[in-house]
Design a protein around this ligand. Structure first.
Ligand SMILES: C[S@@+](CC[C@H](N)C(=O)[O-])C[C@H]1O[C@@H](n2cnc3c(N)ncnc32)[C@H](O)[C@@H]1O
Length: 278
């Protein structure tokens, strides 16, 4: 469960601004597995409203979708009810550090934009991440693959134009975000292969909604990015006022374009792919 985002509330509006970005990267990684894609069982860890499961359910044999939040899971179940009836997807309300699936039961695990919600930090050595990666290792069949989609601490700084308005929240989320190298070291210490990492520069988490400059003024738009839950009330009031002033003076679009430049070279997300060796 996220310690800061109210996913019961967010589940109602999450799909307004979020899409399943990077599905091609996930498919490419799965195609390196032992079995043809259409025979593979995929775990969607922290499935949320099921955006990624919906994009992949017709490509694989079956999906096991896990999320701790009943609101998010309910939206996923609603979206995929006919596939659930056909036995193509099963839903589990569970924490991802203790998943109700047997050892060596899935061919691939994907985890999209979930890790920064774990109650963890660098000072304690990221023990929750380790528990979760160990759980994935337990559930994966030998030869299976793990695909992690997360933002690096650097991408949080450079990849989102509106974060310039909320520097304290960037710091707060960076403290909850494991570095890409530390993650790779953890994975190897558990027994995964040397991870491969890729930051697709054209992938934008909110798709076209990212470029709605006045989205900041819309609570539903802000709900599409959990960083807003880390913004203090007083700061939010100031940010809304600044955004309204930029809008009134016709400068909001330029503000967005100016602060979006660094995203083009940093990207917003990194995919980390590692295998459980045979
Ligand atoms: C930002 S959403 C991502 C949802 C989905 N993977 C996507 O990319 O559209 C994060 C999700 O992780 C879930 N989550 C956070 N911590 C979790 C945990 N420890 N165990 C299971 N689910 C968790 C939340 O309930 C939420 O649905």
């Amino acid at each position: 469960m996220s310690t800061y985002e109210n996913y019961h509330k967010t589940s109602q509006v999450y799909d307004k601004t979020r899409t399943a970005g990077g599905v091609d990267i996930i498919l490419n990684a799965m195609e390196e597995g032992n079995l043809p894609l259409s025979e593979q069982v995929l775990l969607d860890a922290g499935c949320g409203t099921g955006l990624y499961s919906a994009a992949l359910v017709n490509k694989v044999r079956r999906i096991e979708a896990v999320d701790l939040n009943a609101g998010m899971l309910g939206m996923a179940q609603e979206k995929l009810q006919s596939e659930e009836k056909q036995g193509r997807i099963s839903f589990h309300q569970s924490a991802i550090n203790s998943i109700p699936l047997p050892d060596k039961s899935v061919d691939a695990v994907m985890i999209n934009q979930v890790l920064h919600h774990l109650p963890d930090d660098a000072d304690s050595g990221w023990p929750e991440h380790k528990k979760v990666f160990n759980e994935f290792f337990r559930i994966l069949k030998p030869g299976g693959g793990l695909i992690i989609n997360s933002c690096s601490p650097e991408q949080l700084e450079l990849g989102f134009w509106f974060y310039h308005l909320i520097p304290d929240a960037i710091k707060a989320v960076q403290e909850k975000t494991i570095g890409i190298d530390t993650m790779a070291d953890q994975l190897k210490s558990i027994g995964f292969s040397e991870p491969r990492q890729e930051a697709p520069l054209d992938l934008i988490l909110q798709d076209e909604a990212y470029f709605y400059a006045d989205g900041i003024l819309d609570p539903d738009w802000r709900s599409g990015d959990s960083i807003w839950s880390l913004v203090e009330d007083k700061t939010l009031t100031d940010v809304l006022e600044k955004t309204q002033n930029l809008q009134k003076s016709g400068k909001l679009e330029n503000f967005m374009l100016k602060h979006d430049q660094t995203r083009k070279t940093s990207g917003q997300v990194t995919f980390t792919v590692a295998g459980k060796q045979l």
